[in-house]
Design a protein around this ligand. Structure first.
Ligand code: FE2
Length: 244
C-alpha cells in the first residue's frame, strides 16, 4: 500500500527521493577545493563580526496576495526514504530553464545531474520570481544563487545540520519569514532559540549547527543564497537593522 508523504505526494504522484550522500573526506580533497582565498577570508571575518542572526532593514509587504498566485507550484521538499517530513518548496532561482515546481534540494538535484550543482551556479530566476513581488526590493539589491520558498507543515522539520562548513563557501544565507509563523515555527542556532519577526529578512550564519520545526501548517520562509563576495558583504552591512 502506498503511503502519502512516504511514497507519494499529496496529489498521489510518486515522491522523488534525495540521493544518499556520504561523508566528505575533506582531508583528501585537492587543496584548491578547500583553501580559502583572500576575498573568502575578508568576507568571512567581516560576516563573523556581525553575528549569527541579524535582521536586515527591508520592507516586505504583500505576501498574502503573492501566495495566491503561487499556490499551485508547491512540491515536496527533498523527501527521504522512510522518513515522514511534511515540507514543501517552490524554486525561485535555479539552473537555466528551471521551473518553479522543480526539485530544489541539492541532494535531489544530485540524482538528476549525477553531482550536486553549486548554489552560485543556480542563478537563473524561475517564473516564481516575478510572482513573489513582496521580495522585489531584495531581488534587486543582491546577486542571487539557489533560492527557494519553503513551508513547513505540522511536524515538518530540519534536523541539526550545517549548510556550509568550509570558509570558501560560495554563497551567504539570508532567510525571510513570510506571513506570521512566530507562534508555530521554532528555530535554534547552536542549541539556542532565536527570535524572528514576521515579514523580516535575516542574515543567518548557517555555518553554525541549526535546526527548526513547525507545530502548524504553512510556516513559510524564503531561503536565499546570495553570492559571497565583498560587494554583497558590504551591502549586508549597509542594510543591518542595528547600526552603530
Ligand atoms: Fe540549513
Amino acid at each position: 500500500m502506498t503511503k502519502t508523504l512516504l511514497d507519494v505526494d499529496k496529489k498521489g504522484n510518486p515522491l522523488f527521493h534525495a540521493a544518499k550522500t556520504s561523508r566528505p573526506k575533506y582531508h583528501e580533497f585537492p587543496i584548491e577545493q578547500t583553501f580559502p582565498s583572500q576575498e573568502d577570508m575578508a568576507c568571512e571575518a567581516q560576516l563573523s563580526a556581525l553575528g549569527t542572526w541579524e535582521p536586515l532593514s527591508f520592507k516586505i509587504n504583500g505576501w498574502e496576495e503573492d501566495k495566491v498566485f503561487l499556490k499551485n507550484y508547491w512540491v515536496p521538499f527533498q523527501p527521504r526514504k522512510d522518513q515522514f517530513n511534511d515540507r514543501e518548496s517552490i524554486l525561485v532561482y535555479g539552473v537555466k530553464d528551471s521551473k518553479p515546481n522543480d526539485p530544489c534540494g541539492l541532494s535531489q538535484l544530485a540524482r538528476i545531474y549525477g553531482y550536486k550543482p553549486t548554489e552560485s551556479s543556480m542563478n537563473y530566476p524561475t517564473a516564481a520570481k516575478d510572482l513573489l513581488t513582496c521580495m522585489n526590493e531584495v531581488f534587486d539589491f543582491f546577486d542571487f544563487g539557489r533560492t527557494f520558498l519553503v513551508r513547513l507543515n505540522t511536524g515538518g522539520h530540519y534536523p541539526p545540520h550545517r549548510d556550509h562548513i568550509l570558509l570558501n563557501r560560495p554563497t551567504i544565507r539570508l532567510i525571510a519569514f513570510l506571513g506570521d509563523s512566530v507562534s508555530s515555527l521554532r528555530w535554534e542556532v547552536e542549541d539556542r532559540m532565536v527570535q524572528f519577526q514576521p515579514n523580516t529578512l535575516y542574515y543567518v550564519d548557517t555555518r553554525k549547527t541549526h535546526r527548526l520545526w513547525s507545530s502548524h501548517h504553512h510556516s513559510t520562509m524564503l531561503v536565499c543564497n546570495i553570492i559571497k563576495d565583498w560587494e554583497n558583504t558590504m551591502k549586508i552591512l549597509h542594510k543591518l537593522k542595528y547600526q552603530g
